[in-house]
Write a protein that binds this ligand. Structure first.
Ligand SMILES: C[S@@+](CC[C@H](N)C(=O)[O-])C[C@H]1O[C@@H](n2cnc3c(N)ncnc32)[C@H](O)[C@@H]1O
Length: 212
């Protein structure tokens, strides 16, 4: 089994780095995290927010700027070349290592421009490794955006569900793709999850009521 312990994970914080001039981050209804801010803002203090598939960090910075109750936002991205079946335009989309390296640098710059750099942490690992950083029932708000195929959606749903607190929110992006909406619906049926599912734009979310 491929278990990498905490000490060996590539974890990046920004506390020791100089901030860049603060820039506002915006989203629209098709993007990740557009509608999640209301929910997060109503969650009380010291929210642990986790996002898989940070890409250039725009969603992470957007939610950090609008939700002052996020104590820590942990973004997970392995930053390795990949093929994505859930992108607008020609599908699947291939991103080379060179493009991904540029994306990672843009993410660092975005976090340093967010005005919230001290509350952001990146785990630069595959989700199957980053998962070992989290205890069961420990995440207040989880946003899944790393999956790039139906199989990956199925794996991520199973992998992350028990890491979210009971009463916390389990959410993700790309609902508009059948590989996502079918897998989410199948997962809910498989585990008889009755908590109402809310879909808006490309986002889906429900309040977690129990472990699987
Ligand atoms: C569609 S992008 C996410 C977009 C981003 N959340 C946003 O709203 O701008 C997918 C990202 O997930 C990452 N990724 C894909 N599979 C992954 C995995 N299994 N573990 C970690 N990162 C992964 C890719 O490197 C890529 O940056």
């Amino acid at each position: 089994m491929n278990i990498i312990m905490e000490a060996d994970m590539k974890i990046k914080t920004f506390k020791d780095q100089q901030s860049l001039e603060t820039a506002p981050f915006y989203k629209n209804i098709k993007s990740a995290n557009y509608a999640m801010t209301h929910l997060v803002n109503l969650m009380g203090e010291d929210v642990l927010y986790v996002e898989t598939g940070v890409f250039q960090g725009a969603s992470l910075c957007y939610i950090l700027q609008r939700c002052d109750n996020i104590k820590l936002a942990i973004g997970i991205d392995q930053y390795k070349s990949y093929t994505d079946e859930f992108e607008r335009g020609p599908s699947p989309t291939f991103r080379s290592q060179e493009q991904v390296d540029e994306t990672k640098q843009r993410c660092y710059k975005n976090i340093l421009s967010s005005g919230r750099k001290d509350r952001a942490t990146l785990i630069e690992e595959h989700t199957s490794i980053a998962i070992n950083h989290f205890d069961d029932n420990s995440i207040d708000f989880l946003f899944l955006d790393s999956y790039c195929s139906k199989q990956a959606v199925e794996e991520e749903l199973e992998r992350w569900y028990n890491k979210v607190k009971i009463g916390g929110y389990f959410a993700g992006h790309d609902w508009v793709y059948s590989g996502v909406n079918q897998s989410v619906n199948e997962f809910r049926s498989k585990y008889n999850i009755k908590s109402p599912l809310s879909v808006m734009g490309a986002e889906w979310v429900w309040k977690k009521e129990g472990n699987i």
